[in-house]
Design a protein around this ligand. Structure first.
Ligand SMILES: Cc1cc2nc3c(=O)[nH]c(=O)nc-3n(C[C@H](O)[C@H](O)[C@H](O)COP(=O)(O)OP(=O)(O)OC[C@H]3O[C@@H](n4cnc5c(N)ncnc54)[C@H](O)[C@@H]3O)c2cc1C
Length: 344
């Protein structure tokens, strides 16, 4: 293992906040609270935030607060609409939540609580998801492979037809999250294939092969920042502690992309951190597939093979310390499934 990271997903119980409000003589557009789906939904959500800013704002330069997935995509879409943009941010890559994400297409991962999804949320989610997906297909094949498609294999002892359709919220202490993928957008990703015992090399009885999109986050972040700077974008290091401080900005339109930071900055009590831990094995370019079993998963990113636990979401936890046992257990679980590959 070459590194282990811990991050806090900016989960919001009723889903992301995309409202518009006045702040003195300024227009403030929110774009935060995307849980475990922030990279996946970023282009669709930022499209909406930018449309809100263009419709309700006053023209002229725009301030984006935050330099994560949502801040960078908002900034780029504003530039494409002809606006001058400055990103004001406390921290930037690699010291932000977006930098410690797994980096898979997971648009309905911890996006809102099942019991608190507002009316119309599923429609909003589908539109946002489809917009993002289309955008990502135009980012394939770039130098450094910021975005790419990989095969996925899931090994299971339960017949695949009896497995839950959606990403399991495996922890007993986890609330029930809303899921929409199968019902709303399953046409986006290729159909999976099932294999029985003897037809695949894993220890489990069944295997399911599919395909998914992954984000090679270091290369992708570099791409987004290069694009932003090439179009004259500026990044200023600045922390805001109260909404009042935002009034001091020269821009009259502001998009707030502070993720979990909106808890302190705007007192948003609907935000709840959901902790996640990832470990990295050295990069192995020849391993170009993701794998999962009942306990753990691997993601074949270019900057290392990520190993994570299926119990990877501690709801409400702000504990940023590494749990080495969790990483060791995940590697052992993967190794057990793969033992047959080593012996042929
Ligand atoms: C372990 C883990 C795995 C994940 N896996 C995936 C995945 O596979 N796919 C996926 O789509 N999503 C995934 N996510 C979720 C995704 O990472 C987040 O939803 C996304 O990063 C949120 O982006 P953001 O821009 O809103 O927030 P952030 O990345 O947190 O950015 C917020 C920005 O605002 C700045 N800021 C905050 N407060 C202030 C302030 N007061 N003043 C000035 N600046 C401020 C910060 O410095 C930062 O620049 C994962 C998250 C975790 C933790």
């Amino acid at each position: 293992m070459i590194k282990t990271t811990v991050g806090l997903r900016p989960f919001r119980r009723t889903g992301p906040n995309l409202t518009v409000e006045s702040l003195g003589d300024k227009v403030l557009v929110h774009n935060y609270g995307h849980g475990g789906s922030g990279w996946s939904l970023s282009w669709g959500s930022s499209r909406q935030a930018v449309d809100n800013a263009l419709t309700n704002g006053k023209g002229g330069p725009v301030a984006v607060i935050g330099c994560g997935a949502l801040g960078m995509t908002s900034a780029l879409l504003l530039q494409r609409a002809g606006r001058q943009v400055t990103i004001y941010t406390k921290d930037r890559h690699p010291n932000i939540t977006s930098s410690v994400a797994t980096g898979v297409w997971s648009p309905d991962s911890r996006i809102c609580l099942k019991s608190e999804a507002p009316a119309g949320f599923a429609d909003w989610w589908e539109k946002t998801c489809r917009t993002s997906f289309r955008h990502y297909q135009n980012l394939l094949g770039l130098p450094g492979n910021p975005i790419e498609w990989v095969d996925t294999f899931h090994a299971t002892d339960t017949p695949p037809s009896e497995e839950p359709d959606e990403e399991g919220d495996a922890r007993a202490d986890s609330p029930e999250f809303a899921h929409f993928y199968q019902e709303r957008v399953s046409d986006l990703t290729p159909v999976s294939r099932e294999f029985k015992a003897g037809q695949h090399p894993f220890r489990e009885r069944y295997a399911v092969q599919g395909s998914t999109m992954i984000y090679n986050i270091p290369a992708y972040t570099q791409y987004l920042l290069d694009e932003f700077r090439m179009q004259g974008g500026r990044i200023v290091t600045q922390e805001f502690n109260t909404p009042e401080e935002l009034k001091g900005l020269r821009e009259t339109t502001i998009i707030n992309c502070t993720g979990l930071g909106s808890q302190a900055l705007f007192g948003d009590k609907k935000l709840v951190p959901v902790r996640g831990q990832l470990s990295f094995l050295i990069p192995q370019p020849e391993v170009h597939y993701n794998f999962s079993n009942a306990s753990a998963y691997t993601i074949a990113r270019r900057d290392g093979i990520i190993v994570g636990s299926m119990n990877n979401g501690r709801y409400g936890s702000t504990d940023l310390s590494v749990d080495p046992q969790q990483s060791d257990d995940s590697v052992d679980a993967i190794a057990a499934s793969m033992a047959g590959l080593a012996t042929g």
